[in-house]
Write a protein of this length. Structure first.
Length: 97
């Protein structure tokens, strides 16, 4: 089975996702899956946005995990899109607005 090319996952996770360690949890998941990019709280208090780049299979797994989140989170919806990876990120970081 051949590995698919690197991709970019853009996602917004909506629900009770701020104030529960969601950004830190996403970073740990992304690091474990060897992904690069960023995660930050959205301006809306009930959302977290992220961009992750790497192997398509790893992005599939991250997308699956986002539906659950860490203990204390209540994910209502995950809105995602995919595209080609830009290669602009060197690691996965937590950002702030």
């Amino acid at each position: 089975m051949s590995e698919r090319a690197a991709e970019r996952l853009s996602a917004t996770v909506i629900g009770h996702v701020q104030g529960v360690g969601f950004r830190w949890w996403v970073r740990v998941q992304a690091d474990g899956l060897h992904l690069t990019g960023w995660v930050m709280n959205d301006d809306e208090e009930r959302a977290v946005s992220l961009v992750a780049e790497g192997a398509a299979e790893a992005l599939d797994e991250l997308e699956r995990r986002l539906g659950g989140g860490p203990q204390g989170a209540r994910v209502e919806r995950v809105v995602t899109s995919r595209g080609p990876a830009s290669g602009e990120y060197r690691r996965f970081e937590i950002g702030r607005r």
